[in-house]
Design a protein around this ligand. Structure first.
Ligand code: MG
Length: 380
């Protein structure tokens, strides 16, 4: 069980919900990190009194340092600061709630120090799943997923003594705000339309990924890496109600699922308390009021990102890192209204056709693939 937390990405959606759970469970906090939100970081530092606070942005770090000069809190900035936060001596658990591949190095560093990783940064496993899981094995670090689907699978696997008994993992997918639309209709989608998610409230990047279904593509790869299964044993179904959070199908035909309200605090709490469960102050799912549960096949023609991710999952090597980095850049360009909604998969495919894939890559190969893919999208 977790006692002391280092939280990477404390001002984002998962970060804020993590601190609610930290408060509720009475955990200690040794480090907090954020990008530029100085106001919120100051409030968090005053409440949770970590030993270290990190702002990725150097000016924001200077500003925070001045504001909390009355407190015995060290303030650092940039990638070195993030690394320091991930390796705090007193932290037994590192929550990786940063967005994007910036989470990779600090996650590996925390694994080397045998921390429990409460993994909320799916890009890390997508880009470097084999490296990360290999390191976790070598150092004996526990990786507990915070992503709701992967937590549901993790929970559904608790009674499983032999991974060979798993037939399939079935990830559920809300379908996003454009479920049922045709490819042509998506051409004119604006960021404001895409930022309305039907069930979950999340950060901007993941909300766009949910609208393109890239999020489910990333999650299929994340599940393959976490549970060491080939692409053909991991599938996704559209489940509009977000009540069934994912399922494991066993070889005898049994399907074990986790159900609940769409609330990230449950997977966050479980990542801290596993293998135990703590009482929750939140309202549980009301089966009598949750209505009909439906399941549909995802439409890979209207949502090519899911098809592209499946293809990369099969190809492996650095292809997933290329896809992920190109997607991050394309989503940011879409949010700035520089490209259209359907240009997101177009840019990802362009990067995949231009950057050479390396098989059994090193960390350097992965970071280089990430850099080259971003360059392709920036120079579109
Ligand atoms: Mg998810």
């Amino acid at each position: 069980m977790t006692k002391n937390v280092s939280l990477l990405g404390s001002t984002g959606s998962i970060g804020k919900q993590t601190l609610q759970v930290v408060r509720e469970l009475g955990l200690r906090v040794s480090a907090l990190t954020a990008n530029t939100q100085v106001d919120l970081m100051e409030r968090q530092v005053r409440e949770f009194t970590p030993r270290l606070a990190v702002m990725m942005d150097a000016d924001s770090a200077d500003c925070l340092r001045q504001r909390i000069s009355d407190l015995p809190v060290e303030v650092l900035s940039g990638a070195d600061g993030l690394l320091a936060a991930a390796t705090m001596e007193e932290a037994d658990t590192v929550v990786t709630a940063v967005v994007g591949s910036v989470g990779l190095r600090p996650t590996l560093a925390a694994i080397e120090r045998k921390k429990r990783i409460a993994l909320a940064n799916k890009e890390t496993l997508v880009c470097a799943g084999e490296l990360v899981m290999g390191a976790a094995d070598r150092y004996g670090a526990e990786i507990v997923p915070v992503d709701s689907e992967h937590s549901a699978i993790f929970q559904s696997l608790q009674g499983c003594r032999d991974r060979g008994e798993i037939k399939r993992l079935i990830l559920t997918c809300s379908g996003g705000p454009f479920f049922g639309k045709q490819y042509e209709e998506l051409e004119t989608i604006r960021p404001a339309d895409a930022l309305k998610h039907p069930n979950w409230s999340m950060g901007a990047k993941i909300t766009i990924d949910s609208a393109t279904l890239m999020n489910k593509g990333l999650e299929i790869i994340e599940a393959m890496r976490l549970y060491r299964l080939p692409a053909e044993q991991v599938t996704a179904v559209i489940h509009r109600q977000s009540v069934v959070h994912s399922l494991v199908e066993y070889r005898d035909g049994a399907m074990i699922a986790q159900l609940g309200t769409p609330d990230m605090k449950l997977p966050i709490r479980y990542a801290f308390t596993w293998p135990y469960r703590a009482p929750s102050p939140d309202k549980p799912l009301d089966l009598l009021r949750c209505g009909e549960l439906t399941f549909h096949q995802p439409d890979m023609t209207a949502f090519p990102c899911l098809r592209i991710a499946r293809e990369c999952a099969v190809v492996g090597g650095t292809s997933c890192a290329i896809m992920n980095a190109a997607n991050e850049e394309a989503v940011m360009a879409f949010l700035r209204e520089e490209i259209g909604f359907n240009d997101i998969p177009r840019q990802v495919e362009r990067a995949l056709s231009r950057v050479e894939v390396k098989y059994t890559p090193t960390l350097e190969d992965i970071l280089e693939a990430d850099r080259l893919a971003r360059e392709v999208v920036r120079n579109r």
